[in-house]
Design a protein around this ligand. Structure first.
Ligand code: TYM
Length: 329
């Protein structure tokens, strides 16, 4: 029986965090043998906000190294750069003509990201971000999209566009489904547990990066914001403790009630100390392996190029079909 397809991606911007690991990467590795996987480094999404070209080139390799270091196996996964498969941008244009201005205006990520400078000065690319994302997935007729909780709305739009296209032009695309992990899908900032942990934060104490040194990880967790009260309980009124418990549970697989029971009578300090170790245990081998891989950039580029070639073989006939149906081929 043919395996179902999985597609997902990460932007090569900022420093990949424990949020990206728990919300996305860890689950990609867990399911890779069951599916035919396409894991993309979405550099064209990264440039929807200003990037330094030199840094961007380096970050692309860094993400590739992290993909491999977490355990994604090129035997099971096609690992590639979005910009190397031109079909993504071409299908995005076709889907731009199916998507509606009003739909894109309602995307909360656009509203959040454009808040600082105002929507008037945000790039048109940032506004169009979800359409390119829909093209990414529909191009491979992927069934499943493993992502964190913040991508729900983008996934809904992607499904809407697939259905609308199919309805207007005939059955063309698989309507994909989001695959969101039960724990770790929304890791919050260490300095502010009311906002999602973001890899592009300018404040290093906001996140644990996958490539942070073990001592930095311990220190960041020790200094993470706490809420009032000392009991180790996942109380919705206490977002800081909730976040620490979520990270603990997603990192080592214990359920939150189990962890609560273990820490009965203990305090925040104990929990933070152990959580620091749990995270170091999970991330340190990944960091070491990624740094080794980064010593051989030519090999990383080779893997990405061969991935792009494999991706193009799947993407190209799907794009041609969509164009034919729209009358532009
Ligand atoms: P990006 O790079 O912002 O995030 C990459 C993945 O990490 C997840 N994530 C989190 N999970 C838990 N807690 C957090 N604090 C956290 N922060 C990020 C995200 O949900 C995501 O799964 N738009 C996508 C990139 C993309 C994509 C695609 C994804 C482009 N095309 C096609 C899937 C399919 C994004 O947000 O990337």
């Amino acid at each position: 029986m043919q395996k179902q397809r999985v597609f997902s991606g990460i932007q090569p911007s900022g420093n990949l965090t424990v949020g990206n690991y728990l919300g996305a990467l860890k689950n990609w590795v867990a399911i890779q043998k069951e599916y035919e996987n396409y894991f993309c480094i979405v550099d064209l999404h990264a440039i929807t906000v200003p990037q330094d070209p030199k840094v961007l080139r380096q970050k692309i390799r860094e993400v590739a190294a992290i993909y491999l270091a977490v355990g994604l196996d090129p035997e099971h996964c096609v690992i590639f750069r979005q910009s190397k498969v031109a079909e993504h941008t071409e299908l995005a244009w076709l889907l731009n003509c199916v998507a509606r201005f009003g739909e894109l205006s309602r995307m909360t990520q656009f509203k959040d990201k454009s808040q600082k400078g105002g929507a008037d000065s945000a790039s048109a690319g940032l506004f169009d971000y979800p359409v390119l994302m829909a093209a990414d997935v529909l191009l491979y007729n992927a069934h499943l999209v493993p992502v964190g909780d913040d991508q729900r709305q983008h996934l809904e739009l992607m499904r809407t566009l697939a259905r609308r296209f199919n309805h207007t032009f005939g059955d063309t695309f698989v309507v994909p489904e989001a695959m969101i992990p039960p724990t770790g899908a929304r890791i919050m900032g260490l300095d502010d547990p009311t906002v999602k942990m973001s890899k592009s934060s300018p404040v290093p104490a906001h996140y644990v990066a996958i490539l942070d040194e073990p001592d930095a990880v311990r220190k960041k967790i020790r200094r993470a914001k706490t809420d009032s009260g000392s009991e180790i309980k996942a109380d919705p009124e206490r977002p800081a403790i909730r976040n620490l418990l979520d990270m603990y549970s997603a990192m080592n697989g214990k359920s939150i009630p189990e962890i609560e029971a273990e820490y009965e009578g203990k305090g925040y300090g104990d929990l933070k100390k152990d959580l620091g170790e749990v995270i170091v245990e999970g991330l340190a081998p990944i960091r070491e392996h990624a740094l080794e891989l980064l010593d051989d950039p030519a090999e990383l580029d080779r893997i990405l190029d061969s991935g792009a070639e494999r991706a193009r073989k799947v993407a190209s006939p799907v794009l041609r079909d969509a164009k034919t149906r729209m009358g532009v081929e």
